[in-house]
Design a protein around this ligand. Structure first.
Ligand code: C2E
Ligand code: CA
Ligand code: CA
Length: 273
């Protein structure tokens, strides 16, 4: 399965019924992967719609498995969470992404932000130091080149550590984005209370159709967010029609296959100039 294309990758994950021994094998492989540096970050450019410039990119995790080829997060993330390996993995993601953001900012002479995805576990459990705390202790002047994406529902489940975690993150100079916004049920109050900077609206709200109210909801989210001083990002943008609509409705940022797929680090660089 080495060097397989996208279709085969999907095929692979669909046919794999994980037996207990396969699971054990994959857990062992995960440990090895951290040691042998088989993880990669791919970057998907995020476009500022008003100017067409790329000012940010989302870091998306990939695993270059020596036998199975390039694996997507859905094939190993849950296992990483279940085994606790996610902590170490996300430390790596965070360090890698923030170093990359700094490098790009230096190269271009302007601020390029990288957003990283975080497991809800980082906000629910009170375990050890979180990636951003480790990171900012190493660094003097804050870490404003990183945006932390967390799932909307993380705000809702009311973990006692949440507030403290989000505060430590913002004290460290990071920005916060709510991922898959619209699919959970966060309140307007919590957007303000937790000082959210960006809403990433779930792709479902880009749909059109005779009975579709999705676009109306999307438009309302944009207006509401702007009133509250938040910026809006559209993700999963696949058609020019969607892009034009978003631009007309003054959505701030967009990403999706229309513009670019998640790319290996060197390939992102041509979008930055
Ligand atoms: P997400 O954060 O919602 O990321 C968006 C997913 O949609 C990515 O899948 C991306 O490749 C894909 N995508 C981007 N543009 C389009 C488009 O135009 N159309 C369609 N159909 N899809 C598009 P990916 O890379 O497989 O990641 C899946 C999920 O895995 C992410 O969803 C995120 O929740 C999680 N993930 C990725 N990297 C990390 C990480 O470092 N840590 C954690 N905890 N989770 C991660
Ligand atoms: Ca995300
Ligand atoms: Ca998302």
């Amino acid at each position: 399965a080495k060097g397989t294309g996208r279709n085969q990758l999907c095929f692979f994950s669909e046919v794999r019924e994980q037996s207990p021994s396969e699971r054990q094998q994959l857990i062992g492989d995960l440990r090895q992967a951290l040691i042998h540096q088989q993880f990669r970050l791919y970057y998907q450019p995020i476009f500022e719609l008003a100017t067409g410039r790329v000012t940010k990119a989302e870091a998306l995790l990939r695993w270059e498995h020596p036998q199975r080829g390039l694996l997507l997060p859905k094939e190993f993330l849950k296992l990483a969470e279940e085994t606790g390996l996610i902590d170490e993995l996300e430390d790596w993601v965070f360090a890698e992404a923030s170093a990359q953001a700094d490098q790009w900012s230096l190269d271009t002479g302007r601020s390029v932000q990288v957003s990283v995805n975080t497991s809800p576990l980082q906000f629910i459990h009170d375990t050890r130091k979180k990636p951003w705390e480790i990171h900012t202790n190493r660094r003097k002047e804050g870490a404003s080149n990183v945006v932390v994406e967390l799932a909307e529902n993380t705000l809702v489940n009311g973990s006692p550590y949440l507030q403290e975690r989000l505060k430590s993150l913002q004290d460290a100079g990071l920005e916060l984005a709510l991922d898959d916004f619209g699919t959970g049920c966060s309140s307007l109050t919590s957007l303000k209370r937790f000082n959210i900077n960006y809403l990433k609206v779930a792709p479902a709200f880009l749909q059109t159709g005779a009975r579709s109210t999705e676009r109306e909801i999307f438009e309302t989210i944009i207006m509401m967010a702007h009133r509250l001083g938040l910026k809006v990002m559209a993700e999963g943008v696949e058609t020019a029609e969607q892009r034009d609509w978003l631009k007309e409705k003054k959505c701030d940022f967009a990403q999706g296959y229309l513009f670019a797929r998640p790319l290996p680090v060197q390939e992102l660089e041509r979008f930055l100039h």
